[in-house]
Design a binder for this molecule. Structure first.
Ligand code: HEC
Length: 123
């Protein structure tokens, strides 16, 4: 009896120690993999990856599939019709992008989600 009471206290103690630990700001940031999704900027964070991973096919005068990913207005169109999110997340019903390349980094996809949720501002 005394031993089981002791273990219960030990378990409760460990649980509350853990919750304190995870409440700290550093731990929460670590949990998110160090991915900062606050105040995501189109020009500094969203567009540069599209320029390097998409515009080689979807830029210029005759972009692949007639879809241009060059510049805010074209990207905004793809946000609004759901094709940007669907293709880079490899959702069913969309062609997986970037074609022939590996899926974009998970932190980038989290930032993209936050930016789209914020109304895809031209910031
Ligand atoms: C190597 C060339 C290439 C690259 C790089 C590429 N695409 Fe594509 N993309 C294509 C081709 C070809 C199609 C049309 C054929 C298809 O749907 O598979 C297409 C189709 C699409 C579509 C239409 C999908 C649909 O289901 O209607 C979107 C949106 C798109 N690409 C976005 C992107 C984005 C965003 C990137 C960068 C992350 C990217 N693509 C990178 C060649 C490319």
């Amino acid at each position: 009896m005394r031993n089981s009471l002791l273990s219960i206290f030990l378990i409760i103690g460990m649980m509350s120690w853990n919750s304190c630990y995870y409440d700290s700001k550093e731990a929460l940031l670590e949990d998110a993999g160090g991915c900062d999704t606050s105040a995501v900027s189109f020009s500094n964070e969203i567009n540069p990856v599209i320029v390097s991973k998409c515009n080689s096919c979807h830029g210029g005068a005759s972009p692949s599939a007639g879809i241009s990913t060059e510049g805010y207005t074209n990207i905004q169109t793809l946000v609004n019709n759901g094709k940007l999110w669907g293709s880079v997340n490899h959702l069913s019903g969309y062609s997986a992008m970037p074609q022939g390349g590996s899926k974009l980094e998970s932190c980038y996809l989290q930032k993209l989600n936050a930016w789209i949720t914020a109304g895809a501002p031209n910031n």
